[in-house]
Design a protein around this ligand. Structure first.
Ligand SMILES: NC(=O)c1ccc[n+]([C@@H]2O[C@H](COP(=O)([O-])OP(=O)(O)OC[C@H]3O[C@@H](n4cnc5c(N)ncnc54)[C@H](O)[C@@H]3O)[C@@H](O)[C@H]2O)c1
Length: 255
């Protein structure tokens, strides 16, 4: 039996990488997917793959660093599909390993806007909609092992990924323990996606800690590995899982 039959899902950053893998998997499991990305070509391809496979999907072009656009995206789920069951805040960027010394206000703001403010804005819109529904809703925020340890990214990235865990736990405690909205975190390790190609001119000082943590030879997961972990967390099988951080890193941080 499909695990997300008729669940309405909004997922950001679904035009590529693990967001795309999650969107495809959710579509296979019977979800109605509002697949969003700022990459128009990528997101249209994701939605088409879902529909060609017999699923239901709508492509949405949103830059998550735009608060008004995020608000519109969340409400679009209700306009298109009548409800919102699952929100996955996946869109994220890296920071070229800039340290506290080499990060600029501009680079800091850019990373925090996309990796932290955008999920905050999306959750702020989504929680009241989910609370109104008899069956509530589930939020999944994508952090990173960089959200649990200091040396898996630059200063802004590590800060944003730690902070999203705090935000998620606060939502879980406030709206999930006695309420209807579960919120959890997926913390991937190294996953083969396009994100590595977006790193330009990495700061060698910032990379030293990654090297020390074995980051250059860490186990490599796939988008599908992340999709399988995400599927569990957003499905009703995880109805008693709230405020959890699921690390999916092939054991890198167990070393
Ligand atoms: N790949 C890894 O090793 C890894 C490890 C830990 C955490 N993560 C996290 O996983 C998430 C997905 O990363 P990925 O590896 O699939 O990356 P990716 O670069 O392959 O895909 C990210 C997607 O997000 C989109 N995006 C970026 N900025 C956006 C914006 N402002 N508005 C809308 N869309 C935007 C991109 O267009 C792209 O489609 C990110 O939050 C990332 O921090 C990745």
């Amino acid at each position: 039996m499909a695990r997300l039959t008729d669940k309405v899902v909004v997922i950001t950053g679904a035009g590529n990488g693990m967001g795309k893998a999650m969107a495809l998997r959710f579509g296979q499991e019977g979800a109605k997917v509002l697949a969003s990305d700022r990459d128009e070509k990528g997101i249209k391809a994701t939605a088409e793959e879902i529909t060609v496979a017999g699923g239901t999907a709508v492509a949405d072009v949103t830059d998550v660093s735009d608060e008004a656009a995020i608000k519109a995206l969340i409400h679009r789920a209700v306009t298109e599909f009548g409800r919102l069951d699952i929100l996955v805040n996946n869109a994220g960027i890296v920071d070229n390993f800039k340290t506290v010394v080499t990060a600029t206000d501009e680079s800091w703001d850019k990373v925090l806007k996309i990796n932290l403010y955008a999920p905050f804005w999306a959750c702020r819109e989504a929680v009241p909609i989910m609370e109104e529904q008899e069956t509530g809703g589930a939020i999944l925020n994508i952090s990173s092992v960089g959200g649990m340890f200091g040396g898996r990214g630059g200063a802004a990235y590590v800060t944003s990924k730690h902070a999203i865990i705090g935000l998620t736990k606060n939502i879980a405690a406030t709206y999930g323990v006695k309420g209807k909205v579960r919120a959890n975190v997926l913390a991937p390790g190294s996953v083969v996606t396009n994100i590595g190609a977006t790193i330009t001119d990495p700061d060698p000082v910032g990379q030293k800690a990654l090297q020390a943590s074995g980051g250059f030879s860490s186990p490599q997961g796939s988008g599908e590995d992340m999709a399988n972990a995400a599927l569990y967390l957003v499905s009703d099988e995880a109805k008693f899982v709230n405020g959890a951080v699921l690390v999916a890193d092939g054991g890198w941080t167990a070393l």
